[in-house]
Design a protein around this ligand. Structure first.
Ligand code: 5GP
Ligand code: MN
Length: 327
């Protein structure tokens, strides 16, 4: 952890310690890192006597695989979130647009603390605890709790270990460091059970997901010259099989298995015409840079963007024509 991050850690801890009330938020469509980090800090703050609310922008729905997380009772719908919070902390999110409608609340916060491991395109927040070398936001929350001197009970440990496990792809991605594993070990000692987390997140899915994934795999296209594998998942696929978007978070991990491709692209097509791209790279392509060029964001090896006004086929063709520039 560099000097700048250590300074930000102290500043973030001070802002949080001095607050009686904390308003917490994370990015829309929260994944395990966003939700686990936010609830982990929220539970610790409540234990420390703070009044805590947590939320995320519409659609206000926790993905089914994450519904085992402790601390879901901290969640309030975005409409009930304080309009002008004195102290607001945002997790796994370093730009206002990733907060959905809560971006407006962040703009009016007395003190806005950002806890994230993404490279931030804009100057966001009064205190920016951002470390792009961290494999997960959960590790930064672990450091923050250490700085605050707040105890980590089994529930908090489960939230933070979920954050770390999901964002490191079960410790398999390159961002995983020795320190990541040391923190995970400490969280286990505090009572978190990795097999409980992985069984909930990775080892079960509604049967309908198999059928929807089958439809998406059937449609997959390989662009061997550019090294891209791509496919499309429609909201109709979900409806036909009785599942939600939240059930499909692991689909990109199936697509990316094609060894001919460095880049895997999943275009999720919403009824309202929005297309949410999920992109993964084996290493040769900076999909984070590519996503930023499309108005999105993320990391070198995992990134995304949301587009409108084009067909999924056009969007995929655009990505295929762009990859060369990000190698
Ligand atoms: P996923 O494909 O799992 O949804 O997202 C992978 C990564 O890309 C995450 O780290 C996430 O922060 C980033 N990402 C995904 N979608 C978007 C988006 O619409 N905008 C931005 N700025 N980042 C995104
Ligand atoms: Mn993350």
């Amino acid at each position: 952890m560099g000097d700048q991050v250590t300074g930000a850690l102290q500043a973030a801890a001070e802002a949080i310690r001095n607050a009686d009330r904390l308003a917490l938020a994370c990015h829309v469509g929260p994944d395990g890192d966003a939700l686990g980090s936010m609830l982990g800090l929220g539970l610790a703050a409540r234990n420390a006597g703070k009044e805590v609310v947590a939320s995320f922008g519409t659609p206000f729905d926790v993905a089914p695989p994450l519904r085992f997380l402790p601390g879901l009772d901290l969640l309030v719908p975005p409409a009930d979130f304080p309009e002008e919070p004195a102290v607001m902390v945002v997790f796994d999110c370093s730009s206002a647009d990733r907060l959905g409608e809560l971006g407006a609340n962040a703009g009016k916060a007395g003190t806005l603390v950002v806890v994230d491991h993404h490279v931030s395109p804009d100057d966001f927040g009064h205190v920016a605890l951002i470390d792009s070398t961290s494999a997960s936001t959960g590790e930064l929350v672990h450091a923050l709790l250490g700085e605050l001197g707040w105890p980590i009970d089994a529930g908090i440990a489960e939230c933070l270990l979920t954050a770390i496990i999901t964002d490191t792809g079960r410790f398999q991605y390159q961002a995983t460091k020795p320190e990541t594993l040391r923190i995970a070990a400490r969280l286990m000692e505090a009572g978190a059970v990795p097999s409980k987390i992985t069984q909930n997140v990775y080892e079960k899915t509604p049967f309908g997901y198999l059928k929807a994934a089958g439809a998406a795999l059937e449609r997959a296209t390989l662009h061997p010259e550019e090294g891209v594998v791509a496919t499309v998942l429609h909201e109709d696929d979900l409806e036909a099989n009785g599942i939600d978007w939240g059930d499909t978070d692991n689909l990109i991990d199936l697509i990316r298995l094609a060894e001919e491709a460095d880049v895997a692209v999943l275009a999720k097509v919403f009824r309202d015409g929005r297309i949410k791209l999920s992109m993964r790279s084996r290493g040769a392509t900076d999909v984070g840079g590519l996503a930023r060029a499309l108005g999105g964001g993320g990391h070198r090896l995992a990134a995304g963007a949301t587009l409108t006004g084009e067909t999924p086929e056009e969007v995929i063709q655009k990505v295929v024509s762009m990859v060369e520039d990000y190698r």
